[in-house]
Design a protein. Structure first.
Lengths: 158, 197
């Protein structure tokens, strides 16, 4: 996927250089400026993520949202998902492992949904773009929506 | 100058201190945290630069009226579909979506479509969907996708309804500051009108 992204970017850059050198240079300047503006927030978020993943290991998570935990487990799963930032390629295998170890579909759905849609850890980054109100509301609505998804997934798997 | 740097990096510095404290309490855990951080930094350095370069190119080459036509007010179902598609085709974590959304917004995409785009990026990304199919099974992944698409559109509309013109102006101001550089075009009267609507 990253390779495709790089290929598209290089192709676009090539076309751009060919069409207009000066404009391309301006685009690169803009890119750098935008990157540099948000860099400090990114770095902070990445350290926070590292600390969280180290403290909340999969074994601990599976104990919390284990068998028959019902809505309480679902709420906890959603909270864990909302508070952590785990990349998808780690999260899905982990979720699959948790399922095999007896976690419920409802809990896993809440965990996966909240993980992807709610980002408490990335609040500083999101706020610097969208302000406090929009950030809090977006995450709040996404969090509520997580339970709708969980309920429907539980119903499908019943 | 120095003070500016400290303010800009205050969150980063706070996190460094937190990591330092963790080292003092439990060095094994801190080492693991550092490993994970190093891994994410590598991921970020791999995925983020092309996104920003594409953004720079988009900013320079795509004229405002094109963005308004495709994703602005009155772009209708076309705008919604485009927002879902662009968001779903994305690579990288959600924090990569914010700068993209910022440039779209600056170029005249509507707030609704921006929020749909963010929702799509967060949860209907196609690469992640393939991963999910494999790890959690077809019924799980398909159900989530089917619920998510209407879900993110509804959330975007509710979110839009909650933001008054003052909130919208503030967001545009923030976005302009973050993407600012010498030749920045000041917000035009037309854009102000558009935001008020």
């Amino acid at each position: 996927m990253t390779t495709v992204l790089y290929m598209i970017t290089l192709a676009a850059l090539g076309v751009s250089v060919f069409r207009d050198r000066k404009k391309t240079l301006m685009a690169l300047k803009k890119a750098w400026k935008a990157f540099e503006n948000i860099m400090p927030q990114f770095l902070g978020v990445l350290i926070l993520t590292g600390i969280m993943i180290a403290v909340l290991n999969p074994r601990l998570i599976s104990r919390i949202i284990g068998v028959e935990s019902g809505w309480i487990g679902t709420i906890i799963a959603a909270l864990v998902g909302a508070l952590t930032l785990i990349p998808g390629f780690v999260a899905f295998p982990t979720a699959s492992l948790l399922l095999q170890n007896g976690a419920g579909y409802m809990q896993i759905a809440a965990f996966v949904s909240a993980l992807m849609m709610v980002g408490v850890v990335t609040f500083p980054v999101e706020i610097s773009y969208f302000g406090r109100k929009a950030t809090i509301l977006r995450n709040l609505f996404a969090f509520v929506f997580t339970f709708i998804v969980a309920a429907i997934i539980a119903w499908v798997h019943a | 100058m120095m003070k500016g740097v400290i303010i800009r990096y205050r969150f980063f510095l706070a996190m460094l201190i937190l990591l330092g404290l963790l080292f003092a309490v439990n060095s094994a855990l801190a080492r693991r945290a550092l490993e994970v951080t190093a891994f994410s930094v590598r991921e970020m350095l791999l995925v983020i630069p092309p996104i920003f370069v594409l953004l720079g190119l988009l900013d320079v080459w795509v004229p405002r009226h094109t963005m308004v036509r495709f994703m602005g007010h009155g772009s209708g179902i076309k705008g919604v579909l485009l927002s879902v598609l662009i968001g779903s085709a994305a690579a990288g974590p959600l924090y990569g979506a914010f700068p993209v959304a910022a440039v779209f917004l600056k170029k005249g995409a509507s707030f609704q479509n921006i929020f749909i785009f963010l929702g799509a990026w967060s949860t209907t990304k196609i690469p992640m969907f393939l991963f999910e199919l494999e790890a959690l099974g077809t019924p799980f992944a398909l159900t989530r996708m089917a619920v998510n698409i209407p879900g993110i559109i509804i959330i975007a509309h509710v979110l839009g309804a909650f933001l008054n013109s003052h909130d919208r102006m503030e967001i545009v101001r923030r976005v302009e500051t973050l993407t600012k550089e010498q030749s920045v075009e000041r917000m035009t009267g037309a854009r102000r009108q558009e935001i008020r609507r």
